[in-house]
Ligand binder design. Structure first.
Ligand SMILES: N[C@@H](CCC(=O)N[C@@H](CS)C(=O)NCC(=O)O)C(=O)O
Length: 228
């Protein structure tokens, strides 16, 4: 049986898993689960009611990092195994940067900017531009400064080779972009170039083309408000 992935493609955590599934050409069915309106029994496979969840036969795992590592270990696909650096220090560094993306970038790039600009609007509510402004002016710049310092003049974050850290970081940047923002080329030129290079990679390109179609539908369904 093919894998079943529970989640929504616009989630940065689901996107991480979809990237790996696409690289390995593994068969899977996507069962769309939208956070906030999950089925009552979803808690049985996702204790925190979060997406993604991956089902492999009767085995379920929640959390993108756990799922990605499971796919890397079980699928035995060269392009996946290469996402894990060969030496222990680099692996630790990669895990740190993946964690940084999931727990430090996500709260601002995704849970504020993307959520306010896309999800709130789709729900017929007005984005809280004050919260967005605070994220953009106070919280996000130090995170991008840190990433700039970590990247240096390299093409990738760890050992200058594509790793799971790049997948996690890029995935959060995608939500930032979907939220109508960009990495300022004047302030963070290396990071801006990095994100452009990542988006040009065929797997990201294909995923993002499909996401754009979903975003276009969301935007088209948003009814303008009287005071908008
Ligand atoms: N650490 C988790 C985070 C997953 C996560 O926060 N997913 C969001 C969607 S982007 C979610 O399901 N939120 C619903 C909630 O927290 O109730 C992972 O890496 O999978």
């Amino acid at each position: 049986m093919a894998f079943v992935l529970y989640g929504a493609p616009l989630s940065p955590f689901v996107r991480k898993v979809m990237y790996l599934l696409a690289v390995s050409k593994a068969e899977y069915k996507l069962k769309v689960i939208v956070p906030g309106s999950v089925p009552d029994d979803f808690v049985t496979i996702s204790p925190l009611k979060r997406i993604p969840v991956l089902q492999d036969h009767d085995f379920y795992q929640a959390d993108s990092s756990i799922v990605c590592n499971y796919l890397i270990e079980t699928l035995d696909h060269d392009d996946l195994t290469q996402l894990i650096p060969a030496n222990a220090q680099q692996r630790a560094h990669m895990r740190w940067l993946e964690k940084f993306a999931d727990y430090e970038l996500a709260p601002w790039l995704t849970f504020v900017v993307f959520r306010q600009r896309v999800l709130r609007k789709a729900a017929g509510k007005t984005p809280n531009e004050e919260r967005i402004h605070e994220a953009l002016s106070v919280h996000i710049p130090p995170l991008l400064d840190y990433l700039t310092q970590q990247l240096g003049s390299n093409h990738y974050f760890v050992d200058n080779r594509l790793s799971l850290a790049d997948i996690a970081i890029t995935s959060q940047m995608v939500n930032f972009m979907h939220g109508g923002e960009h990495i300022d080329k004047v302030i963070w030129p290396q990071l801006s170039d990095y994100f452009e290079r990542m988006q040009a990679m065929p797997i990201w390109h294909n995923l993002l083309t499909r996401e754009q179609a979903t975003l276009d539908k969301i935007h088209a369904s948003i009814k303008p408000k009287a005071h908008d």
